[in-house]
Ligand binder design. Sequence first.
Ligand code: ATP
Length: 361
Amino acid sequence: MAEIRLDGVTKTFDRKVRAVDDVQLTIADREFMVLLGPSGCGKTTLMRMIAGLEYPDGGRIAIGGRDVTDLPPRRRDIAMVFQSYAVFPHLTVFENIAFGLRMRKMAKAEVARKVERAAVLVQLEPYLGRYSAQLSGGQRQRVAVARAIVMEPSVLLMDEPLSNLDALLRLTFRAELKKLVAELNTTTIYVTHDQIEALSLGDRVAVMREGRVVQHGTPMAVYDRPATSFVGSFIGSPPMNFLRGRVEGQNGDLRVRLGEHALAAPAALAGHAGREVLLGIRAENIEAETTVVPDAISARTEVVEPLGSHLLLTAVVGDQRLKLQTRTDFPAAPDAPLWLRPEPDKLRWYDPETSQEIAAG
Ligand code: ATP
């Protein structure tokens, strides 16, 4: 059992930079949790505290039901993979992978057996005799992963392990890593600022901002129901659209005015009558027509971007812009009129002051 429990974990640097602020998060045994957030939001600091490389100035950390807050890294039963490959160039792949096991003074035959198994898992078996200086970046990163998993830790911590690889290699290695971690069945925490990586890999994603976890949930849940407009604009490519509108009318006949158009609004917006709200809608949840559709939002195409599998349109509604996705055979043309129908159950409503979701649908 290696559940990880973070209870009010806080870290301040130089008495003023609150890098991690009161984080409350439980990572279930064998779960793959991704910490996602923009640069400087505190992901690495939080990870380093879980590893024992940084000491929290508030809160407790428990691994497998044991309070490890005051324990040094070597007594936490964790293994880490960092962004830089951190493999020894003067050692062979075999010796690199075996390094930690040798430090434990494990018997030779046992070391060989474990190293070979780890090498098979990361597909490095043919390279065991090579020096790591003779490997490609992707292969070196595999060595780093193998060196961590060979220790059979209860917790595997990975900090941006793919970020030094080129785009294509990242894509291949991402899927391999996902398969590997599923086979290992080890509790894993993975730090990244790449939202695609987070969505693709995690059983759950914890989105961080300014030292705090602002939302956690399955990738699809976080994508579909961002708890704040920050999460909606951070996750997804393109980011979620946000349109300003004013709440009009009253219960029973509540509407949100977007320029000339009035959209039916959910009852939960009644408390915001007379005020501005943000309508969040994703590019793939807007239907477009080039001929007049009654009750649709009238817009104008500004930019058409063919992206192979679909078109990405930038459209103008009143004085606001939004992005939408259409099929490649859609008759899109710059400056042409458009009629837009957002899918009603995909509408998300946010308070522009707090950025919190107020209602969905
Ligand atoms: P990145 O994706 O760029 O690595 P991050 O989300 O991992 O960012 P951290 O490295 O955890 O962010 O940093 C969080 C904040 O703490 C930043 O403002 C950073 O400047 C500050 N910080 C981190 N380490 C130290 C340190 N040793 N001394 C002082 N400030 C630090």
